[in-house]
Design a binder for this molecule. Structure first.
Ligand code: G3P
Length: 197
């Protein structure tokens, strides 16, 4: 239906808003894509601009995934494939934003926002896994990879079939977007949280 198509497009356009890029620029650090890891996510904003802008980016990137998903739930219901598509497209928007020539972020915060809304128990488990991973290893990307690696199991145990399908697409994409991080982790050169990249 036209309403569904419009809602899915809006979810993509919201997900594509590069809050990290905007906030880093407002904070006077210039184009974040040329600094640190070059990523537009909260980790790199923290690394290059500081704690407050990093936190703002985290909240807004989680928020856009959560908002797009919440809108889907309100309009089409919890288990609707249209809601799943809106959740997925907001995530894809962050990864492949039309505003930035389709070169976007890695989807950790936006993905968490999606799952926090779609399946709150799983979302919280994933956030908890990120925190445990971050405390253990002090590496943001590794914490994210641990959290998203656990996601299919969490969805299987506590989620819904629709969210499991979303996870089956989101998780490989998060890993794909972290391929350079994975290389650096294996080489032992991935920067730790709190250190400059
Ligand atoms: O949110 C992305 C994070 O997992 C890694 O970011 O800047 O260290 O590549 P970064």
């Amino acid at each position: 239906t036209p309403t569904a198509l419009m809602a899915i497009s809006a979810a993509y356009l919201l997900g594509a808003v590069p809050f990290g890029l905007v906030i880093a620029r407002l904070w006077g650090v210039g184009d974040i894509r040329t600094q640190g890891s070059g990523n537009i996510g909260a980790t790199n904003v923290l690394r290059t601009a500081g704690k407050i802008p990093g936190l703002l980016t985290l909240v807004l990137d989680i928020g856009k995934g959560a908002m797009a998903t919440a809108a889907g739930i309100a309009m089409f219901g919890w288990q609707s494939p249209i809601t799943a598509a809106m959740a997925l497209l907001s995530f894809m928007g962050h990864l492949y934003p039309v505003y930035l020539g389709f070169k976007g972020g890695k989807g950790v915060a936006t993905g968490l926002g999606v799952f926090l809304m779609l399946t709150p128990v799983v979302g919280l488990l994933a956030v908890g896994s990120w925190v445990v991973g971050a405390l253990l290893f002090r590496i943001s990307s590794l914490a994210a990879l641990i959290a998203f690696a656990m996601m299919p199991l969490y969805q299987y145990l506590y989620g819904t079939p629709a969210a499991l399908v979303v996870a089956a697409i989101v998780v490989p994409m998060v890993f794909w977007k972290h391929r350079q991080n994975i290389q650096r982790i294996l080489q032992g050169t991935e920067p730790r949280i709190g250190k400059k990249g």
